[in-house]
Ligand binder design. Structure first.
Ligand code: PPE
Length: 307
């Protein structure tokens, strides 16, 4: 169960959690044309809090809406402020933020007509996405029988609600088969991304991640590329196959919810030493320092607030 907070920001004002409801004829509920974000706020070492790369997430929300030709009735600055207001109203020093832009009720049928574009921002405390142990020990992954979206079937640069049916199919299949997460290949057969994470592999100290073709342009992915390069690693964005993943020294997933989650096994093949490798551990350590305000070089990635 999601851990309830008190208030949800809905169309410009804070309402009680239990009153943030919609009609069953909400257009997006039927056809999936909505966009959303996932953002984390962390408690910093000095007792203050900070939202990680808030501006970038809200810009991506606007980009996602633009891809769908949908105009959000609030600009980036207004939504940035609304996210912070929501965290503060719920007295959350740390938590996950879920902005959602959707087409409300009005006409039915695929064409949304002039139905209102509605915006909600919810927030709740959310621990390690794949379990605390996963961050340390790594997870077991299965290549999905479901391919990731073709770039002309769904819009892969947009975080569209309907895109996630593919994720739900893959994730539920993987979990039912006893794995922690699903790895999806693109329609050409190359490694794409997981149900809710980007992927990295490491071999001979070179770090590789998939190019931004069929994958969501992850903000955690971008943060890792930046941090890894600063630590002196060569990072390439290049297509790779599942067997290149099988023989990697290390592999890990990245995402706002998943943070940096090491992969210890893929399709019953042990990856590297079968636990979090040194590069994943180092990047995790550096990443957590950055999000908790312990690395001033990246203060510009933090949106500080106090509750
Ligand atoms: N790919 C997909 C498909 C994806 O959903 C996410 C985030 C990423 C990559 C990584 O993007 P970023 O968070 O900007 O680094 N997935 C979000 C939703 C997870 C959920 O189960 O809900 C998230 O991590 O918030």
């Amino acid at each position: 169960m999601v851990q309830k907070s008190e208030k949800i920001w809905f169309d410009g004002k804070l309402v009680p959690w239990g009153e943030a409801n919609v009609h069953v004829l909400t257009h997006t509920l039927h056809y999936g044309a909505g966009v959303f974000e996932g953002i984390r706020a962390y408690e910093c070492a000095d007792g203050t809090s900070a939202v990680f790369r808030l501006q970038e997430h809200i810009v991506r929300l606007h980009d996602s809406a633009h891809i769908l030709n949908m105009t959000i009735p609030f600009d980036v600055d207004e939504l940035v402020d609304a996210c912070v207001e929501t965290l503060k109203a719920n007295k959350l020093k740390a938590g996950y933020l879920r902005p959602l832009v959707f087409i409300g009720d009005g006409v039915m049928g695929v064409h949304p007509g002039k139905n209102p574009i509605r915006v909600a921002i919810a927030t709740w405390p959310w621990g390690a996405y794949l379990g605390e142990e996963a961050l340390d020990k790594g997870i077991r992954v299965k290549t999905s029988t479901f391919a990731r979206h073709h770039v002309n079937v769904m819009m892969t640069k947009a975080k569209v609600c309907g895109n996630y049916v593919n994720s739900v199919l893959a994730k539920t299949e993987a979990v039912a088969d006893g794995y922690d997460e699903a790895l999806m290949l693109d329609t050409m057969g190359f490694v794409s991304e997981a149900s809710g994470e980007n992927i990295f592999i490491v071999r001979d100290d070179q770090i590789k991640t998939t190019p931004l073709t069929s994958v969501l342009p992850g903000i955690t992915r971008d943060s890792i590329i930046t941090l890894a390069r600063e630590l002196g690693y060569e990072v390439v964005e290049q297509i790779f196959t599942r067997d290149e993943l099988y023989i990697a020294d290390e592999a890990f997933f990245s995402g706002t919810a998943a943070e940096i989650t090491p992969i210890r096994e893929v399709d019953r093949r042990v990856i590297g030493e079968g636990h979090a490798g040194p590069v994943a551990k180092l990047l995790q350590r550096e990443f957590f320092k950055v999000v908790k305000g312990e690395n001033q070089d990246y203060a510009h990635w933090l949106h500080p607030y106090t509750v």
